[in-house]
Design a protein around this ligand. Structure first.
Ligand SMILES: NC(=O)c1ccc[n+]([C@@H]2O[C@H](COP(=O)([O-])OP(=O)(O)OC[C@H]3O[C@@H](n4cnc5c(N)ncnc54)[C@H](O)[C@@H]3O)[C@@H](O)[C@H]2O)c1
Ligand SMILES: N[C@@H](CCC=O)C(=O)O
Length: 543
């Protein structure tokens, strides 16, 4: 079909409340029971075929009740990886040849399946596997993933329609936005099902083939998402799912001559390792692999003396502790003026923090659940223990932990007099908020220090009612965050509204769910066609 079509105008998916007595709550509870009580095998999908493979087994458990197993997968081996790359490359010509409308229709159908019949299944898998509350699972997958899919289709349509603005006389210029040559390697984090699925599907929408390696702890939802994509009509081999730690997968994929790109979200350390490996192999690739990575953060809230204290308290409680602080955007450091801290804020904030309910997320009354695994628990426990032993730090809320049933760490507030302390620099990826109380007349000095005390630049916010202070802070912190908020929490970017990503050590800032990201998965061919081409090499000035 030659028609230049228009895609549906995207709108953000409405968030279901799961309020007591609502029909969606009843459906969710049924799915929680079904998935929670029936552990399954978690297969890979290579060229459309499901298989467990022969690698070492790993269990996926419920982090808030780690004795409860959701399923068992196996680490993909070198052979699994080689076959996945072969399957992707074999699928590439057919996928590239398919029209954009056909590819877009698959993604739009996937969005509708997720918004409808699959909604509570994916929400329940995300709650159980990643220990999210109903609200936190709902804003992740379904909602954010539906938004990624619908907005990406609209952005991709715009990119493909982009053509040169000028044509010289007797010339027609065109742009052919080609998929990359080779395969894209998508490596995804545990904490968002939406991110895990956007990373392979965004390049696929642009016509690329993909090897997808999700996080082991997110595998229950990942395997279900693969089934949903198949139901939506995704052809075999376009996305190949490999389970496990990914170590052998990287040995194959990162050294393969057809590696065309890496689409990563996860820790800074892992991304730097991947980048170094690609750098060390740079002479072996047929093309320069695109490296897109969104990584860690040490996200801040700066409160000005003019701040509304209720706004500040809510931004801190939600920003620091929702999903147990396991968002890359979670507030993990706050700068509060002495006048506010000593003026009753400390007591109110500590009381609110101590009152947060924590437990098994299948009890929908809780505000937070557990950390993802043993490693995350140990990291946060060690950080709290170091803080307790540090004379410059005072633990004013929380500070306790217990992994006997689930990986639970109480929301913790550390007040530290030394703004250079590790508590203001290290990403713990847990419910630990470091607070520095500054003297009101030293606002500017505080801004200068906190601007670059950490290596990251992901998210941050200013809470202030004084407009000049807002403008000054925004200017001074221009490079300290890729997503900046005024009088709001540092988390909760919405696709189509606040494109997400950070700079410095936080990533390549290619903005997930935006045009910038999709453009990385396309390699443009510029075409000039001479309609009346010259037939004499001489120019007029030659007489
Ligand atoms: N900036 C963002 O948009 C964003 C979003 C979500 C999470 N994050 C960051 O992610 C981190 C938490 O996620 P995580 O614990 O899953 O991160 P991680 O780096 O431990 O793991 C990410 C993925 O990389 C895989 N991996 C690790 N080494 C590998 C290798 N050699 N080869 C192949 N795969 C390998 C893991 O199995 C997982 O799938 C935090 O630092 C957080 O800030 C950032
Ligand atoms: N996009 C999410 C964070 C993703 C990282 O974990 C937010 O804005 O809170």
């Amino acid at each position: 079909m030659d028609a230049v079509t228009q895609v549906p105008t995207p709108v953000n998916e409405p968030v279901h409340s799961y309020a007591p007595g609502s029909p969606e709550r009843a459906r969710l509870e049924a799915k929680l029971k079904e998935l929670g009580e029936n552990p399954v095998d978690l297969p890979m999908t290579i060229g459309g075929t499901k298989r467990m493979g022969a690698g070492a087994p790993f269990d996926v458990v419920q982090p808030h009740a780690h004795a409860k197993r959701l399923g068992t997968g196996r680490n993909a081996t070198r052979q699994d990886a080689q076959e996945a790359v072969d399957a992707a490359l074999a699928a590439a010509p057919g996928w590239r040849a398919m029209s954009f409308d056909d590819r877009a229709a698959i993604i739009l159908r996937a969005a509708d399946l997720l918004a409808g019949p699959w909604r509570e299944t994916i929400a329940a898998a995300t709650m159980l596997g990643q220990s999210k509350t109903a609200q936190q699972a709902e804003v992740d997958a379904p909602c954010e993933l539906i938004d990624f899919w619908r907005f990406n289709v609209a952005y991709a349509r715009q990119i493909l329609a982009e053509q040169p603005p000028a044509n010289a006389p007797q010339v027609w210029n065109r742009m052919d936005h080609r998929p990359l040559e080779g395969f894209v390697y998508a490596i995804t984090p545990f904490n968002f099902t939406a991110i895990a699925v956007n990373l392979p599907t965004a390049p696929a929408l642009m016509g690329n083939v993909v090897v997808w390696k999700p996080s082991p702890t997110q595998t229950r939802a990942a395997v279900l998402m693969m089934e949903l994509l198949e139901e939506a009509g995704l052809p075999k081999g376009v996305i190949n799912l490999l389970t496990g730690d990914g170590l052998e997968v990287s040995e194959v994929a990162l050294t393969h001559p057809d590696l065309a790109g890496v689409h990563f979200t996860g820790s800074t350390r892992t991304f730097q390792h991947l980048w170094k490996t690609v750098g060390n192999n740079i002479e072996n690739y047929k093309t320069y692999p695109r490296l897109v990575g969104e990584t860690g953060g040490k996200d801040f809230v700066v409160a000005h003396p003019s701040a509304d204290t209720a706004v500040l308290r809510t931004a801190l409680t939600r920003g620091a502790f929702e999903y147990q602080g396991q968002k890359c955007s979670a507030t993990s450091r706050a700068y509060i003026p002495r006048s506010i801290w000593d003026g009753g804020f400390k007591e109110a904030f500590v009381a609110e923090t101590e009152g947060l309910t924590m437990g098994d997320v299948t009890d929908l009354d809780h505000f937070i659940g557990a950390l993802i695994d043993e490693r995350a628990f140990a990291k946060n426990k060690a950080a709290i223990d170091r803080a307790k032993a540090d004379p410059t730090v005072e633990v004013v809320a929380g500070g306790s932990y217990d992994d006997s049933v689930g990986y639970f760490v109480r929301p913790t507030v550390l007040v530290c007099s030394d703004p250079d302390n590790e508590v203001f620099r290290e990403e713990y990826f847990g419910p630990i908020l470091a607070v520095h109380v500054y003297e009101d007349d030293r606002y500017d000095e505080m801004l200068t220090q906190m601007e670059s005390v950490s290596q990251y630049a992901l998210t941050g916010s200013v809470i202030a009612n004084d407009r000049q202070a807002v403008a000054h802070t925004m200017d001074k912190l221009r490079y300290a965050a890729g997503n900046f908020y005024v009088n709001d929490k540092s988390t909760g970017a919405v696709v189509g509204q606040q494109p997400f990503g950070g700079g410095r050590a936080s990533g390549t800032n290619d903005k997930a769910g935006a045009k910038q990201n999709l453009m990385r998965w396309s390699s443009t061919r510029a075409i000039k066609e001479a309609l009346l081409p010259p037939t004499d090499y001489r120019y007029p000035h030659m007489g």
